[in-house]
Design a protein around this ligand. Sequence first.
Ligand SMILES: [Zn+2]
Length: 345
Amino acid sequence: MINFESVQKETVILNPMKNMERKTIASEIRMDPLTGRSARICHFMKLEWEKPDFEKLIAGAGKFCPFCPDKVMKITPCFPEEIILEGRLVSDDMVLFPNLAPYESISAVATLGGRHYIPMTEIGSERIARAFRLAMNFFRRLRDIRHPEAIYHLINWNYMPPSGSSLIHPHLQIFSGSFAPNLMRAELAASKIYMKTNGTNYWDDLVRTETGHGRRFLGKIGRISWFSAYAPLGVAGDVLAVADNVRSTLELTDDDLSDIADGLTRAMAGYDKMGIYSFNMNFFTGAEKDDHTRFHLLFSPRTFFNQALGTPDIGAIQRLYNESVCMAFPEDIAGMLKPDFQSEK
Ligand SMILES: [Zn+2]
């Protein structure tokens, strides 16, 4: 039983543009149906941003980039032999190596190839799928050696500086850990309770409900269903993907990885039209045999509110109240993204 709860709000102002006439502005507070986390739909604006001068942004940066082909095999660290015998994992021009600044005991970085800058719409699904496969090889190695941290296998992606990336060169952050991060932990706990209370899997119910009414449904690719999230974390909404019958990252098949990569490139194409050129993407997974959950991911576009000042899209309300703000209705965002999910590639 999925409950899409919301509270409607109204603000009255005297409008200086119209002789101080009374003007009513609507907004909404939405509760995430699983965790109860709230998100504001407010501060409405046209989802349209200016892109920066990319030439200027990337000029010269390749010279000092540790991920460029002339340096990546020389200056990136290696895993100890008990984890990865050969030190680093390599797939053609992609390299996976330990993060110098680890977030976890198992914390890796994988480059998405040798190109220093790849525009968002040129990354392409094949490249993404190949990088995911490289990460999966790493996860399987950890499982095979029965590493105690091989519980939750996560891929995070910060693409371009507005997302928190300090490097232009596209790369994935790859973790395995026994401790689930905050929101993922809350979701896992809530989905366990949901299953106990309702006797069904929350994510299966969500996919059925969202697909059924279709207001936020974007499309289905293989076993992966794509939606505009009901209570998004991002200012321009989030894209949510849920995998049928998959409990944990290691249960994803090769086809699933290709289908996820395909959907991600469609989300990128849609957001590119709004002037977005940066995003975060995170895997959310259960542990092995966690029947109460389903593998899902969030793709969240990121932007600067003021490119020249470097004003980020996260302010006090998000940072310190953990209250997200989305500047358009997720149903309208779905309408903007849907053409890219329905087009032939
Ligand atoms: Zn580079």
